[in-house]
Write a new protein. Structure first.
Length: 258
């Protein structure tokens, strides 16, 4: 997740990997790069001064991006949204009203309005059904590479977009839970992976009858099940649940721009 997040000390949660997508170790990196080609319209937030990756997001309307509140709160006048190799200035940030600090992980969701509509990319639909448990999703992120064996120490930063798959373990209240399964584990997917620090705010995509939906927003990670080894097999990943926040999202989109 984004480096700005401060996790609840009482929950003993650890920041997620400092890498982007962390992958199963027995698959070629080229496969994760190729999978990401399908999702080239995934949003990357960049800081221009100083230069750096600020987080990820999902284009849900031509002028609106869905992301995590802890990512949106850190954006500034020098931040831009990069979408399909084009940069778009930001016009407005709307944090969920229940989010006031980086410890508000139950409501880690926000919307960002762009200064101009996006051309050449179709917005992703919101998934509003509540049957997420068991669905296989695709995570997309940009940054360094790592594997479930190495965790955050898996490789250097190259700035390329990668994608990996995972399965929803639980859909409970405002959160979706994922687990980074190892090869041979019962729930492992063919392109198993987990998101990392630079991927906060990014999507969990599902496709139904040729239509792309987002069911979640990358929020935080619990490394305790992996012996506190960030990004390693066994870590738990939590995404803000789109179906839970769908009414709030629609209300913001329907409100006239400031």
């Amino acid at each position: 997740m984004n480096g700005r997040i401060a996790l609840l000390a009482t929950a003993l949660l650890l920041p997620a990997s400092s890498d982007a997508i962390v992958m199963r170790h027995d698959q070629d990196d080229a496969a994760f790069l190729a999978l990401a080609d399908k999702y080239r319209c995934t949003v990357t937030f960049n800081d221009t001064d100083p230069a750096g990756l600020a987080g990820m997001g999902t284009l849900i309307e031509r002028q609106w991006v869905l992301t995590a509140a802890h990512v949106a709160a850190g954006l500034s006048s020098t931040s831009v949204a990069e979408i399909a190799a084009r940069e778009y200035p930001l016009a407005q940030v709307v944090l969920h009203p229940g989010w006031h600090r980086e410890a508000d992980l139950q409501v880690d969701i926000a919307l960002v309005r762009l200064a101009q509509p996006v051309d050449g990319c179709a917005p992703v639909r919101l998934y509003t059904n509540t049957d997420e448990a068991g669905l296989v999703v695709t995570f997309v992120g940009r940054g360094a590479k790592g594997t479930g064996l190495t965790g955050v120490d898996g490789g250097g930063w190259d700035g390329q977009l990668r994608a990996a798959t995972n399965r929803v373990v639980r859909a409970d209240g405002p959160l979706l839970q994922f687990r980074f399964d190892a090869p041979g584990d019962a729930g492992v997917t063919a392109m198993e992976g987990i998101s990392g620090e630079a991927d906060s705010g990014g999507p969990a995509y599902v496709e139904h009858e040729g239509v792309l939906f987002t069911i979640g927003v990358s929020s935080h990670q619990d490394a305790r099940p992996a012996g506190r080894k960030r990004g390693a097999y066994g870590v738990l990943e939590y995404y803000s649940r789109v179906s839970y926040f769908a009414d709030w999202i629609r209300d913001v989109l329907a409100t006239p721009a400031n």
